[in-house]
Write a protein that binds this ligand. Structure first.
Ligand code: SF4
Length: 590
C-alpha cells in the first residue's frame, strides 16, 4: 500500500497493491510503478517522473541486516533505473512514521519538504532551506519536528541538478549513487521528514530473537563481520598498501607501485564522531563516522568503504585528514563520493594530458575540495561542466577514453582487471555499475582466506575459481551471485550482513524473511525475487535505450604493470564469452 504523493497539487492517495504477489513492498514494487506510471523516454527531471522511497516489508525492523531503505528513480546520470540504498536509521524512521513506501510524482511550486507523521503525509514550504547543506537542513527540520525525526535531505548539489547528487539521511548515511538527489531537486523537494515511533510488525518475534542471538555469537568468528565491527572499521583503510591493480589509483591510469601512503589505525585516533548505533538492531556497527578536527561539519563524515579510495588514491591524495574532510564535505553538499571522485579523477587526467587547461592536478587536495564546492553549486565553467559527470564532460572535451564509466556512471574503485567478476557485474548489472551489489572474486578463490563462504556459494551454483580466470564459468558464477544479491535488494536486506561472506547464511536469510513477514520463504523463493528484480531493471533499461554492457577500453587494453597481478587485463574475446554466459544464465538475450 504505497502512499502516492503528487507534489504539483499536494494530493496523497494510497494505492492498494496488497493483492499483488512478489513485490515485498520494496524495489520490485518501485520498478513496477516506475514502468507503469511513466512513459518511455521521459526526462528524469520531468514533473511526471517518479521517485520511489521504501523500507519494504523487512527494512527498518530492528534486527541484524534490516536497516536498508531503497531510493529509486530514472537516473539523470544513466537514463535507466537508478537504485541507491541508505543504511543507518532512516528505514526505521519510515516504518516508525507509519509508512512502508512512498511514490512521489509532480513538482512543488516552491522548495518544499514532505512530512510523514503517524501515517499521514503533508507537503510544507521550505524556501528558507534553499542552498543549505544536508546537515543544516536536518538541524532545521529536527528543530521543527523534534530531535527524533528522521530526515533524508539534499544539499546544494541536488538543488542545482548535479547529475550525481545524493540524498543524505540522518546526517551521515547517503543513498549516494545515480543522481537521485537531483531527482528530488527537480521536484523542488528539499527533504523527506519521518516522525513517529510505530513499531514495525514482526510475525514471529521469538524466531527473530533466535536469529539475532545466532548473529551476535557468529559475528566475532566471521572475519569480515569482525573487521566491520572493530575500530577503525572497514570504511577506514589501514594496513599494507594494496597490490598494484587492486584499487583505482589516479583514474585507473596508474597500475604500478603507486607510492601512496596507507593510513595506520592510529591515524584515526581522535577523529571518531560516532562508531556505534548506526543501524537499529544490527550489532555490526560497520558504518562509522570520522572527521578531522576543525572541519566545518563533522556529523556528515559517515565513511562507506568506497569513499576512501574514490576520494583518496583515485585522486592521488594520501593525506588521511584531507580524505576524511572531503568525504564529510561531499555528504554535506549532497554529492556521491564515487561519481564525484571519478569525475574529479577524470578532470585531473585530462589536465595532465593537456585537454583541460584549468583542471586540477593529481594529489592537489585543496584544489579538489574547492572543486567539490564549485561542482555542487555549478560555479564557474569547470564546476558546471563536471556537474554533468565524466561521460558527458568527456563528450564535450573529446576525452572519451579517460571517462571511466559504464552506462554513463562512474565505476567503483575496485579494479576489474584483477577481479573480472567485478568487471562483468559493472558492465552488465542493468542499473549501472555498483559495488554494493557485488562481491570480490578474491573471496571465492579456492584455498583463499574466506574458505568458510565456499559451501554457501556452492549452494547457489557459484563454485570457487582462481581469481583471474575469465571464462564462461566466470560469467555464470557472476550471474548467480548477482541474482542472490539482487534478492537481498528486493527484500531490503543488507549485503554486509549476509551470505555467502557474512554471518546470515542462506538458511538464516530465508528464516529471517519468514520470521518478519510470516510468509514461508525457501531458497528458491529468495532467488526468484532476485531474478524478478533484475528482469524488471533489464526490461526498463531496454525500454529506455540504456547504454551497452561494456567497460571502458582501459580495462581491456592497459595491463597492470607491477606486483602479483602484473599483466592482468580483460582480454576482449574472453570478456565477450563470459558476458554471453552471464546473459544466458539470466535468460537474457545480449
Ligand atoms: S551489516 Fe553494517 S551496514 Fe548492514 S545493517 Fe548491519 S550495521 Fe548496517
Amino acid at each position: 500500500m504505497p502512499f502516492v504523493v503528487d507534489l504539483t497539487d499536494g494530493s496523497v492517495e494510497r494505492e492498494d497493491r496488497s493483492a499483488e504477489t512478489g513485490h515485498f513492498g520494496g524495489s520490485i514494487l518501485g520498478l513496477r510503478l516506475l514502468t507503469e506510471r511513466t512513459p518511455a523516454g521521459l526526462d528524469p527531471y520531468d514533473p511526471r517522473a517518479l521517485l520511489y522511497v521504501a523500507a519494504g516489508i523487512l527494512g527498518g525492523v530492528a534486527a541484524p541486516g534490516l536497516a536498508k531503505a531503497v531510493f529509486l528513480a530514472k537516473s539523470p546520470l544513466t537514463g535507466v533505473a537508478g537504485e541507491a540504498h541508505a543504511l543507518g536509521p532512516f528505514a526505521a524512521g519510515i516504518r516508525g512514521a507509519g509508512a512502508k513506501a512512498l511514490a512521489i510524482t509532480g513538482r512543488a511550486q516552491r522548495l518544499s519538504y514532505l512530512l510523514v507523521e503517524d501515517g499521514r503525509i503533508s507537503v510544507h514550504p521550505a524556501e528558507e532551506l534553499g542552498g543549505l547543506g544536508t546537515a543544516a537542513t536536518t538541524d532545521a527540520l529536527r528543530a521543527r519536528h523534534g530531535e527524533g525525526a528522521h530526515v533524508a535531505a539534499i544539499g546544494p548539489a541536488g538543488e542545482r541538478l548535479v547529475r550525481y547528487a545524493s540524498v543524505v539521511t540522518d546526517y551521515a548515511y547517503p543513498a549516494a549513487r545515480y543522481g537521485l538527489g537531483a531527482v528530488l531537486g527537480a521536484k523542488n523537494l528539499k527533504a523527506i521528514v519521518c516522525v513517529g515511533d510505530a513499531p514495525a510488525a514482526v510475525a514471529d518475534p521469538r524466531a527473530l530473537a533466535e536469529i539475532e542471538a545466532f548473529y551476535r555469537a557468529a559475528m566475532p568468528r566471521n572475519a569480515l563481520a569482525a573487521w566491520q565491527h572493530a575500530g577503525p572499521g572497514f570504511g577506514a583503510w589501514t594496513g599494507e598498501p594494496p597490490a598494484p591493480g587492486y584499487l583505482s589509483v589516479r583514474n585507473f591510469s596508474h597500475t604500478g607501485d603507486g607510492g601512496l601512503r596507507v593510513p595506520s589505525p592510529a591515524d584515526y585516533d581522535g577523529l571518531a564522531v560516532a562508531t556505534s548505533g548506526c543501524c537499529p538492531g544490527c550489532p555490526t556497527d560497520c558504518l562509522k563516522t570520522y572527521a578531522p578536527l576543525g572541519v566545518p561539519e563533522s556529523r556528515t563524515g559517515g565513511l562507506g568503504q568506497e569513499a576512501f579510495a574514490s576520494l583518496g588514491w583515485n585522486l592521488g591524495v594520501d593525506d588521511t585528514g584531507a580524505v576524511l574532510a572531503l568525504n564529510a564535505l561531499c555528504n554535506d553538499l549532497g554529492l556521491d563520493q564515487v561519481s564525484f571522485g571519478g569525475t574529479a579523477a577524470f578532470a585531473m587526467e585530462c589536465a595532465a594530458r593537456g585537454l583541460l587547461t584549468e583542471g586540477p592536478s593529481f594529489g592537489d587536495a585543496a584544489a579538489v575540495t574547492a572543486l567539490a564546492r564549485d561542482v555542487a553549486t555549478r560555479s564557474g565553467a569547470l564546476g558546471d561542466l563536471l556537474a554533468e559527470g565524466s561521460a558527458r564532460a568527456a563528450g564535450k572535451l573529446g576525452a572519451e577514453p579517460y571517462a571511466m564509466t559504464v552506462k554513463g556512471a562512474e565505476v567503483p574503485c575496485f579494479d576489474p582487471r584483477v577481479q573480472p567478476g567485478l568487471g562483468l557485474g559493472y558492465a552488465a548489472a542493468p542499473g549501472g555499475p555498483r559495488y554494493d551489489a557485488l562481491e570480490h572474486d578474491l573471496d571465492f578463490e579456492p584455498g583463499g582466506a574466506l574458505a568458510y563462504c565456499l559451501p554457501e556459494a556452492a549452494r547457489i551454483g557459484a563454485e570457487p575459481a582462481p581469481v583471474g580466470l575469465l571464462d564462461a564459468g566466470r560469467g555464470r558464477r557472476t550471474a548467480r551471485l548477482l541474482r542472490l544479491w539482487s534478492a537481498l535488494d528486493a527484500w531490503n536486506i543488507c549485503l554486509f550482513a549476509s551470505s555467502p561472506t557474512r554471518p546470515l547464511t542462506l538458511d538464516h536469510l530465508t528464516a529471517l524473511v519468514t520470521a518478519v513477514s510470516g510468509a514461508g520463504c525457501t531458497l528458491d523463493d529468495l532467488l526468484a525475487a532476485g531474478a524478478a528484480r533484475l528482469d524488471l531493471m533489464r526490461a526498463y533499461a531496454l525500454r529506455e535505450g540504456g547504454g551497452p554492457d561494456e567497460l571502458p577500453a582501459r580495462f581491456h587494453d592497459e595491463p597492470v604493470t607491477a606486483g602479483p597481478y602484473a599483466g592482468a587485463r580483460l582480454a576482449r574475446e574472453d570478456f565477450a564469452r563470459a558476458l554471453d554466459a552471464f546473459h544466458a544464465e539470466l535468460g537474457w538475450r545480449a
